[in-house]
Design a protein around this ligand. Structure first.
Ligand SMILES: [Fe+2]
Ligand SMILES: [Fe+2]
Length: 172
C-alpha cells in the first residue's frame, strides 16, 4: 500500500544510488535505514488518511523519505567524528545538508527533516507535514525497538530453558 504514491512523488529519490546505499546501514536491530524510511513514509501517508489531514502530499513523501538521510552507520563509534556520538541531536542537520546536495529542498521539506526529532530539537515543526512525520517516526521507531526487546527476551528465555534442561539431564 502507498507504493504508487511514493513512486509518483519520489521516483528520483528511491531509484538513486545514494538512497539505495541506506540499505547497507542499520537503524534499529536488523532494520535498515532504507526500510525505516520507507516505513515512516507509509505511516505518514496512513496518518494523513486516517486523520483526514489536508497537506502537500509531494512534500510529505519527499520529506519523510529523506528525514534520516545522514548516510553513515551511527552504531560504529568514531572518535574523529563527534556527530556519531551525539547522533540523536546531530543527524537531522546532516540529513538536510546531504539532501540539499542532491535535491531541490523547499522550506516545508526542510522543516520536516530538521524537526523530525522534536522534542529533542526543541523548536517544534512549523507545518502539518512536519508534525505527521514526527509522529510517524516515533511510531515506527517504537515498534522497531520493541521488536528488538521482544527478540532479546525470547533469546534469554531460550537460554534459561536450555540451562534447565541441562540440569534435568544431569549435565551441569
Ligand atoms: Fe531520525
Ligand atoms: Fe527516523
Amino acid at each position: 500500500m502507498y507504493e504508487e504514491e511514493i513512486e509518483k512523488y519520489a521516483s528520483d529519490i528511491i531509484e538513486s544510488e545514494n538512497f539505495k546505499s541506506t540499505k547497507n546501514h542499520f537503524q534499529h536491530g536488523n532494520m535498515t535505514v532504507y526500510e525505516h524510511c520507507m516505513c515512516v513514509t507509509k505511516a505518514s501517508l496512513a496518518i494523513r488518511d486516517r486523520l483526514k489531514i489536508k497537506c502537500n502530499d509531494r512534500d510529505l513523501v519527499r520529506g519523510a523519505l529523506l528525514h534520516d538521510y545522514f548516510l553513515y552507520d551511527w552504531h560504529l563509534q568514531d572518535e574523529k567524528n563527534a556527530h556519531k556520538r551525539a547522533h540523536g541531536f546531530c543527524h537531522p542537520a546532516i540529513a538536510l545538508k546531504n539532501a540539499r546536495k542532491e535535491y531541490n529542498i523547499n522550506i516545508r521539506q526542510a522543516d520536516i527533516i530538521i524537526k523530525h526529532m522534536w522534542p529533542l530539537t526543541i523548536i517544534p515543526p512549523l507545518c502539518r507535514e512536519g508534525w505527521i512525520v514526527t509522529m510517524a517516526d516515533k511510531y515506527c521507531s517504537t515498534l522497531e525497538t520493541l521488536s528488538i526487546r521482544r527478540g532479546e527476551i525470547h533469546e534469554r528465555q531460550m537460554r534459561r530453558q536450555k540451562l534447565l534442561n541441562m540440569f534435568r539431564l544431569g549435565r551441569v
